[in-house]
Design a protein around this ligand. Structure first.
Ligand code: NAI
Length: 271
């Protein structure tokens, strides 16, 4: 089953005059979201540890006629985040939306998971969205912007594969964070929601499939085929397909959605 090509190409004005900050926008889902936001007219700031790859995303955004800024930032580092948000607002003005997408995933059985591995998942996947949301929400409040925060969680928060103990737990933390952000930021007109992607075709999934294939003595394609058999739609998602839902949540059309977590997962959670 192949993915529709045309949906990634669409353009509209739903985020015209919006400045959206996307973490982890150098590749994969984050790149897909950043470009999809630009297809709806947004200027985008990308925060990523990989500034070289992020520059490629920025170049594609500029090709669409929007502005793009890259700030090399580790989302676990409060000082770096503070500096990045200062740069973002100086370059592109008040921030209307934040997508906390940066994340890591290592597939390790729980009994073999080290404390350091557990802590690293929580640092990037859970503390990162907390630190960046806090800083951006403060900025939105100062600037009088009734913005939106979108956290990229995972179906692994609810139905993790074996080997996703630290990952799934850190992504479940993101769902709780989202609920509290929605409740506490309501007074400032800021919404907060989460997206739970299923298996999406990205470098993270390629690495996961390669590692699992090596451990099981099968091919990466076989690993992916088995993973996709657990989704109702038996093909991997495309980053732009996560981007479509991010745009909905970031735009006026999503104004009455808050505290929600939306599965964009080819039916994985219902299979
Ligand atoms: P990816 O590994 O392809 O890309 C992740 C991006 O985050 C990279 O650009 C990386 O440089 C950046 N990053 C990693 N650590 C960072 C840090 N400390 N500070 C700043 N940037 C950092 O991953 P993918 O697949 O695009 O995933 C994006 C998000 O979607 C992640 O949060 C992931 O957990 C989530 N997700 C992915 C799924 C998938 O099937 N690909 C499924 C469900 C959730």
């Amino acid at each position: 089953m192949s993915a529709p090509q045309s949906s990634a190409e669409q353009t509209d004005e739903r985020l015209a005059d919006h400045h959206i900050v996307v973490t982890g926008g150098a590749q994969g889902i984050g790149r897909g979201i950043a470009i999809r936001c630009a297809r709806s007219g947004a200027d985008v700031t990308i925060l990523d540890v990989d500034s070289a790859a992020a520059a490629e995303t920025a170049s594609r955004i500029r090709d669409l006629g929007c502005e793009a800024v890259v700030v090399e930032t580790d989302v676990t580092d409060q000082e770096a985040i503070d500096a990045a948000i200062e740069t973002a607002t100086a370059e592109l003005g008040p921030i209307h939306g934040l997508v906390n997408n940066a994340g890591i995933q290592r597939s390790v059985p729980l009994l073999e998971t080290s404390e350091a591995e557990w802590d690293r998942h929580f640092a990037v996947n859970a503390k990162g969205p907390f630190l960046v949301s806090k800083r951006v929400a403060e900025q939105m409040i100062d600037d009088g912007i009734e913005g939106s925060i979108v956290n990229v969680s995972s179906v692994g928060a609810e139905r993790p594969f074996s080997g996703q103990g630290a990952y799934g737990a850190s992504k479940a933390a993101v769902l709780a964070l989202t609920t509290v952000l929605a409740k506490e930021l309501k007074a400032h007109g800021i919404t907060a929601n989460a997206i739970k992607p299923g298996t999406v075709d990205t470098p993270m999934v390629e690495e996961w499939a390669d590692e699992k294939a090596e451990a099981k003595g099968v091919t990466s394609d076989e690993v992916l085929e088995e993973a996709m058999s657990t989704h109702i739609l038996d093909r991997p998602g495309r980053p732009a397909e996560i981007g479509h839902v991010a745009v909905l949540l970031l735009s006026e059309e999503g104004s009455w959605i808050t505290g929600e977590s939306i599965a964009v997962d080819g039916g994985y959670l219902k299979a």
